[in-house]
Design a protein around this ligand. Structure first.
Ligand code: COA
Length: 535
């Protein structure tokens, strides 16, 4: 086992300038998280509290074990997408310990547009369910929502991945024995009423939680019947007459205490499938990563120096160090859990892709999770590469990566362009979890390359029409394309669209990975059948 060394001096001017720049980047990340944590506008928060309701984050605190971590999923989803909606898309999702058991918590934020569901709210709820499903985590939904945000119908109603998929997932998870618990802490109308109704066990708060397919106004309009909230869908009625809910609570805290008790009776927890070794910190301070990531995106970052500050005890058993060296592959531990790491160190060549294929096969055979650390501009192009069969080698890497049934994690630590993004287990390959560092970025190609390709196409069309353009005209054509690609590729665009599960400060990445591996350890291994490798 090799102990990774460092060649970086923390006194170097380059290091210090990079670090200064990254401090700003991290400060910006924390400012965005603060905005997300605040929730709705002060007026809505004050009104919520005046109704004797706990704010959603206080509810989560009261539900979790004291001192439990809370690994938030998609905290910045929907950022800057909807007017008047802070980052988070009116819902909070994350994993924490309830009565000693890891659970997925899904909490509506009624202070944001009445906790209604936009398209992104549905996507986030569904994503949290998917993570719970893959890890067999009991799900606790704290319901306080006006249901669909009606003007966003197209993104909520008709398609898969939208509101109806939440129901489908509830049922199918329950069918697989993954407990579904709901706590009704506010109104649940129409579709919203089905979320708790489809759960295994439901708590409802007296005088506060209501469930009905149509509220009093709709009932009057439809049938002429005059009825009050309580007798139409209140806690007493549902617990004693309709049987729609199971436990009655006097207030939020009582309801959350009941939910904690329900978790105590969920049966036996499964035992871990891997032995966790001792968790040793890296030999070099992870915070030094700030000074290693180049502040100029055109200057590549030395990934080996990052690994030195990322893995336990800086120990890395490198696989094929002399072959295909634009991809580092090797075994390491993170918080005591063994992982196989694939980290870019330049453009992907045939050799690096072949090495990746071989390494992924090894990890699958040994049931070792894969961690992809992407910082890649793509696969090598050109005659030599093509004649050397780069398409075949790249296809092998993609086949191995897509087939692998071990847990897969992707961290976009830098650029992630084109087929490189895909081959390094990009979102379309359903990694178990995918994160980006704030300076991570991804697009079909870099902004300059995209502007150049489109200008070439345009230039060809012009010349076929017998026209030409000046250098100024060409630049005027390219500038907006460059700008569009620059805006698209940023990590925060990826988190806002939920193309990644979160943006991580490099320093916290080890801890997040430790938690994820701990969850993955509790689900049974799945064998891998590889697709046909083109040889
Ligand atoms: N679609 C779009 N916007 C909605 C909405 C919905 N279903 N429900 C609430 N909102 C908006 C309100 O317009 C208001 O917007 P604003 O902040 O820009 O003023 C905000 O959400 C808060 O609503 P408000 O009624 O002021 O808050 P409240 O806490 O007193 O009541 C509800 C919240 C959800 C109980 C109430 O708004 C309601 O009953 N909404 C309709 C629920 C419904 O019938 N849904 C059917 C979905 S299938």
């Amino acid at each position: 086992m090799t102990i990774l060394d460092t060649r970086i001096s923390t006194a170097d001017e380059e290091f210090l300038l990079n670090r200064q720049a990254y401090d700003q980047v991290v400060a910006d990340l924390h400012a965005r998280r603060r905005r997300a944590r605040e929730g709705g506008p002060p007026k809505a928060r004050a009104r919520h509290v005046a109704r004797d309701k706990l704010l959603p984050r206080d509810r989560i605190d009261a539900l979790l074990d004291p001192g439990s971590p809370f690994l938030e999923v998609a905290q910045l989803a929907g950022e800057d997408k909807y007017e008047g909606v802070p980052p988070g898309a009116s819902i909070i999702t994350g994993i924490g310990l309830v009565s000693g058991r890891p659970c997925m918590i899904i909490a509506n934020d009624a202070t944001v547009k009445g906790g209604t569901y936009y398209g992104m709210t549905c996507k986030k709820h569904v994503r949290a369910q998917r993570i719970a499903w893959e890890h067999r985590l009991p799900s606790i939904t704290l319901v306080d929502s006006g249901g669909a945000f009606l003007p966003d119908q197209a993104n909520i109603f008709p398609d898969t991945g939208q509101f109806g998929t939440i129901f489908n997932n509830l049922v199918r998870m329950s069918a697989e024995g993954i407990p579904q618990i709901a706590v009704v802490m506010g109104p649940c109308t129409a579709g919203g009423a089905y979320i708790p109704s489809l759960c295994d066990e439901v708590v409802i708060v007296r005088g506060q939680g209501y469930m009905y397919l149509g509220g009093p106004e709709l009932t009057f309009a439809a049938t002429g019947e005059e009825v009050d909230n309580e007798s139409l869908g209140g806690a007493q009625m549902h617990c004693s007459v309709s049987g729609v809910t199971d436990h009655i609570a006097e207030d939020d805290r009582h309801a959350l205490a009941i939910a904690r008790e329900i978790v105590l009776d969920l049966g036996e927890q499964s035992s871990p499938r891997w032995t966790q070794g001792e968790s040793l910190p890296p030999r070099h301070d992870p915070q030094e990563i700030y000074g290693i990531i180049s502040r100029d995106p055109r200057i590549p970052t030395n990934t080996r120096e990052i690994l030195t500050r990322f893995v336990d005890d800086s120990r890395f058993q490198e696989f094929k160090p002399l072959y295909g060296d634009t991809l580092l592959t090797g075994f390491a531990r993170i918080h005591g859990y063994e992982v196989g790491i694939l980290a870019n160190q330049g453009v992907l060549f045939s050799e690096s892709a072949m090495k990746a294929t071989h390494f992924i096969e090894l990890c699958c055979q040994r049931d070792i999770p894969l961690v992809f650390m992407s910082d890649v501009t793509g696969f090598m192009v050109g005659r030599t590469a093509e004649q050397g069969g780069i398409a075949k080698a790249g296809a092998k890497m993609i086949t191995a990566m897509a087939s692998a049934n071990v847990p897969k994690y992707t961290i976009m630590i830098g650029a992630s362009y084109g087929a490189g993004y895909l081959a390094m287990c990009g979102r379309p390959f359903n990694p178990t979890a995918m994160f980006a560092w704030p300076t991570g970025r991804a697009a079909i190609m870099g902004p300059e390359q995209a502007a150049t390709v489109l200008a070439l196409v345009r230039g060809q069309i012009l010349s076929s029409e017998g026209k030409a353009w000046s250098a100024e005209e060409e630049e005027a054509f390219k500038a907006p394309i460059r700008r569009e690609y620059e805006a698209f590729q940023v990590a925060y665009n990826f988190s806002s669209n939920l193309w990644v599960d979160g943006i991580l400060d490099p320093v916290e990445t080890r801890d997040v990975m430790g938690l994820m591996l701990d969850l993955a350890a509790r689900v049974p291994a799945k064998p891998t059948n590889f697709g046909v490798f083109r040889v």
